[in-house]
Design a protein around this ligand. Structure first.
Ligand SMILES: NC(=O)c1ccc[n+]([C@@H]2O[C@H](COP(=O)([O-])OP(=O)(O)OC[C@H]3O[C@@H](n4cnc5c(N)ncnc54)[C@H](OP(=O)(O)O)[C@@H]3O)[C@@H](O)[C@H]2O)c1
Length: 296
């Protein structure tokens, strides 16, 4: 049974979709900077096609030094130079940013928002019903080109717009397309997932230290075990249970460890964690202020 191989991560967004397209990233922080770095590292868009705009001059100067892109503190100048605008400020900073730019964003622009928990409806309300909008949920490994981003298309965006957005986020990792209703689940799984994985890696390293390994050795063993296991799973296309079975010899060490993980409810803990994070994402995105979906 093959489940996951590279063919599973459809569709295949092509870099030529970005030929001659100019991109402004509004908010050049952790994620905005990661996207710019990814575009340059993968050479998907030349430096002179990319604009970074931020209120922080120091963040802009670092990006210019690293990647040679255009920088400005004047968002309207950046917008006037491009066809694609990526909104990459914190969700709570977005209303102010939208207030500054709404009257220059017409239908000629493709607008991509990466603001967690901010529905397309809210962006449409501020920018206009017929604006071409794509919502994306990336994750932090985008900083090293190993992210995974989920994209959903607003009603007035075209299929080509989705391809263009896909090509941008392919530069920082893998891409999937979902319905907007699934964005809370995405946020809880892959958006928050790097946080869960850090706990797993840290705990494995702690166990190694408890058993006498030096901390750096334990951390290296733990992090590469997680990295290598994920790579093996993706490249083999096997089901996780098949790889687990390959590692478990009868009466051996791995099945002894797995038996303890089952006893302590690792699976149930992870499922409940993702459910709780999805509830929280739903609460944060609920503009009515309802705060009770996680109570049960
Ligand atoms: N980081 C993640 O793991 C992650 C994952 C998925 C999605 N996201 C989404 O990505 C977005 C950016 O997150 P981040 O972690 O990259 O945030 P960040 O590091 O704080 O970057 C945001 C940048 O935008 C600047 N800014 C604030 N208001 C602005 C304005 N009106 N005009 C221009 N620049 C402005 C901020 O300056 P100040 O610092 O001075 O405010 C900061 O430099 C968020 O919406 C978040 O939900 C992040």
């Amino acid at each position: 049974m093959r489940l996951l191989g590279p063919q599973f991560l459809v569709p295949k967004f092509k870099r030529h979709m970005l030929t001659n397209k100019k991109i402004a990233v509004l908010g050049a922080g952790k994620m905005g900077g990661a996207i710019i770095g990814g575009l340059r590292r993968a050479d998907v868009a030349p430096a002179d096609q990319i604009w970074a705009a931020d209120i922080r001059l120091s963040a802009l100067e670092s990006l210019q030094t690293a990647w040679g892109v255009h920088i400005t503190q004047d968002k309207l100048k950046a917008i006037s130079a491009v066809q694609i605008v990526i909104l990459a400020v914190k969700p709570q900073q977005l209303p102010e940013l939208l207030e500054e730019i709404w009257n220059v964003i017409d239908r000629s622009y493709l607008v991509i928002s990466i603001a967690a928990g901010t529905p397309l409806g809210l962006l449409q309300e501020k920018l206009g019903e017929d604006r071409r909008l794509i919502r994306v949920m990336p994750n932090l490994p985008a900083k090293v080109g190993a992210g995974v981003s989920a994209l959903c298309r607003g009603g007035s965006a075209t299929v080509d717009d989705l391809d263009v957005a896909g090509a941008i986020f392919k530069a920082v990792g893998e891409v999937v397309v979902v319905e907007e209703a699934q964005m809370d689940a995405v946020t809880a799984l892959s958006g928050s997932g790097p946080g869960y994985m850090m706990l797993v890696i840290e705990s494995l390293a702690d166990a190694g230290v408890k058993l006498g390994l030096a901390r750096p050795t334990a951390l290296k063993l733990a992090s590469h075990t997680v990295l290598g296991s994920a790579k093996l799973l993706i490249e083999s296309g096997l089901h996780p249970a098949q790889i687990k079975d390959q590692v478990c010899s009868p009466g051996g060490t791995t099945i002894a460890g797995i038996s303890v993980l089952e006893q302590f409810g690792l699976r149930a803990a992870l499922i409940s964690a993702v459910e709780a994070a999805a509830c929280r994402s739903q609460e944060l995105g609920d503009t009515s202020g309802a705060q009770d979906c996680c109570k049960n």
